[in-house]
Write a protein that binds this ligand. Structure first.
Ligand SMILES: C[S@@+](CC[C@H](N)C(=O)[O-])C[C@H]1O[C@@H](n2cnc3c(N)ncnc32)[C@H](O)[C@@H]1O
Length: 243
């Protein structure tokens, strides 16, 4: 078990924060269709609880989901038993030849394990090499704008049997977003508390696009997956491997 997205936060993400994945998937399917990618293997980095995996799988693709959280993968395996899942870091996992690599929900921003420019560039190179010609790499990341400089922003979200309290702040020098999360999940008459701290890299999209281009990709940057506009301070990169 990792210290991030443990059992309770994985459950809460799955039941309470599923819209991001569910609303992103149709736009991603449109991009694939537009590129005439109708079938084949999609590798999903940071597949979480398998919400988008299920949609891709039902649309006729084979899917390999990779996530660092064993608790997330356990939910995903139950949701999509016919897809393949691995508990592994997306930065180091083996990526087999495939027609698309996707990563929905800021996964490439997380700094749970080593995440640096060099690590990211090595990942881009591996994905470029393993993508079939005409393949596509689609992902979103966080960019600055989650809290004003010096501000500690606090909010809470609640569901039927859980509450999540989040404190977030940005470090503009380190280009880092810190989310301190307190999750309370009802177990019988009591609430069980879990604390997690998530560090996420904030990206400059121009630099990110430049790195992708230097590694052979053609790149579009946008703030939406089809009709779904991402919440503020998130951006999408769509990177094509030429035919
Ligand atoms: C915000 S969740 C999004 C999950 C899912 N894609 C969705 O949209 O519901 C971020 C996911 O990224 C995963 N993650 C973060 N860093 C990772 C890494 N280095 N390798 C693999 N998965 C990672 C987390 O475990 C978590 O499941």
């Amino acid at each position: 078990m990792t210290a991030w997205y443990g059992e309770d936060l994985a459950y809460i993400h799955d039941v309470g924060f599923r819209d991001y994945a569910l609303k992103s998937a149709p736009g991603i399917l449109d991009i694939l269709k537009h590129r005439e990618i109708q079938s084949g293997l999609i590798v999903e980095l940071g597949c979480g609880s398998g919400l988008s995996t299920e949609i891709l799988h039902q649309s006729g693709y084979q899917v390999l989901g990779i996530d660092i959280s064993a608790a997330m993968v356990a939910i995903a395996q139950t949701r999509v038993p016919t897809a393949e899942f691995r508990v592994d870091s997306l930065f180091t996992a083996e990526i087999p030849p495939c027609c698309a690599v996707i990563s929905i929900g800021e996964c490439l921003s997380y700094a749970f394990d080593a995440n640096s420019d060099a690590v990211l560039e090595a990942l881009f190179q591996r994905i470029y090499q393993t993508l079939l010609p005409g393949g596509v790499f689609i992902f979103d990341v966080v960019v600055p704008g989650h809290a004003a400089p010096g501000e500690v922003a606090r909010h809470f979200t609640e569901g039927q049997d859980w509450i999540v309290l989040v404190e977030k702040q940005e470090d503009p020098i380190q280009q880092l977003l810190t989310r301190r999360i307190i999750a309370l999940r009802q177990v019988g008459d009591l609430y069980r508390r879990t604390d997690e701290v998530h560090f996420l890299r904030l990206f400059n999209m121009e630099n990110l696009a430049k790195t992708l281009r230097q590694n052979g990709f053609q790149v579009d940057i946008t703030d939406r997956y089809g009709a779904f506009s991402l919440p503020p301070a998130r951006m999408v990169a769509i990177a094509y491997k030429p035919i």
